[in-house]
Design a protein around this ligand. Sequence first.
Ligand code: HEM
Length: 425
Amino acid sequence: MDAPTEISAATPAGTPASATPDLADPRFWQLPAPARAAAFAELRRRPAPVYFGDRATGRGFHALVRHADVVEASRTPAVFLSGPGVTTPEPARWVRVLFGDSMVNLDDPRHAQLRRIVSRAFTPRLLGRVEEDVHRITTALVDEVERGRPEDFVGAVAAELPFQVICTMMGIPAESRRAILDLVNRTSEDIGVARPLRRRFRVPGRGLAALARMQGIVAGIGRERRRRPAEDLISALVTADVNGRRLTGRELGAFFTLLLVAGVETTRNALAHGLHLLTVNPEQRALLLADLDGRLDGAVDEIVRHASPIIQFRRTVAVDHELGGPGGPLLRAGEKVALYYGSANRDEEAFPDPDAFDITRSPNPHLGYGGGGPHYCLGAHLARQEMTALLRELFTRLPDARSVGAPELVPSSFDHRVRSLRFTF
Ligand code: HEM
């Protein structure tokens, strides 16, 4: 059995090449992308996952960096729990009690119960109805680009599309949307390392106050729809009765917050990375434009693989477990593991020439939406639908659309966030 290597939190990040990088050190996430990619390639070559932090006190995590390991952890939920929290830092107990648990942080049976209720809104049949809305929103956004000639693709297009789609699906009235978007931006600042790096002084409670206000707005709409149901998702969620269960006001607020954080930021970052990847890989762009109908689906999947909008989620080990089967590295009950989707998506064992951006890659078993199992991204179909619709509209009407310069990135250990991306057409 291979004993996990242990890296103390004091190990300097990144360089030199022969030393193991420290994934727990925020400075690691400020390194340029190629240096981080090289560090993950080095970790994938090791015989066992590396433990970052102090294993004796349990304050640290095993880094799962290979495709097969991330799949195993995702699909073995009885061993790899989500309940203790999947984000870093994990939500405080009282926050969860006060604001309600979102489904990413739950295990069965509560997870299955909630997922059964909300997944009714994400079946391909119901998403077929959303398709018209998505088309209307993308058309209006590209109209606006032509008219206003905005400079920043993220603010004008990439962030706007998924936000408008979720609000339309949920039935959020137009007058509440700006306030909600502003509140979302504040809440999500607390995840990953982006905030401590950007700001000298943290303002505890600012994100939570925003969360409380946002959930208040949504719960208010929920009460209204329970009295007078309309043709929207909030009405369906507060009136639907699945095995005697329907969403409470608090669950509705937690679910909407999750949809905004999980569905808006991810899709926005994927779209921004996508436009840039199609700009710096002109031969791939030419291939796509030569056959939009035939190649758009493959391009969207390859964008999600290459960009990996979510870098990692965490699990907690429920019982002692040998990774990969008997004789594999021992993970002890109570320890944390981080599932590095971005690294799994560059695993040489799963993808030939993994660093190349290749829109014709087939098969493309990427883990951008998770490694399978009960928490697999609920919005994967919707995300594909949004990205396909936008790129089709953009390149059909503005075939010269391309990014200008490099994207402005926000260092984070959680997501590949793009703050802004200049573009032209
Ligand atoms: C490119 C866009 C997206 C990416 C890369 C992405 C990625 C992910 C990942 C990695 C997970 C965790 C999977 C796991 O733990 O096994 C997840 C879960 C989730 N995603 Fe997405 N996502 C995207 C878009 C969306 C959209 C558009 C929505 C909804 C509108 C959405 C809703 C959710 C929800 C509700 C969960 C939690 C599911 C559960 O715990 O059962 N996502 N997503």
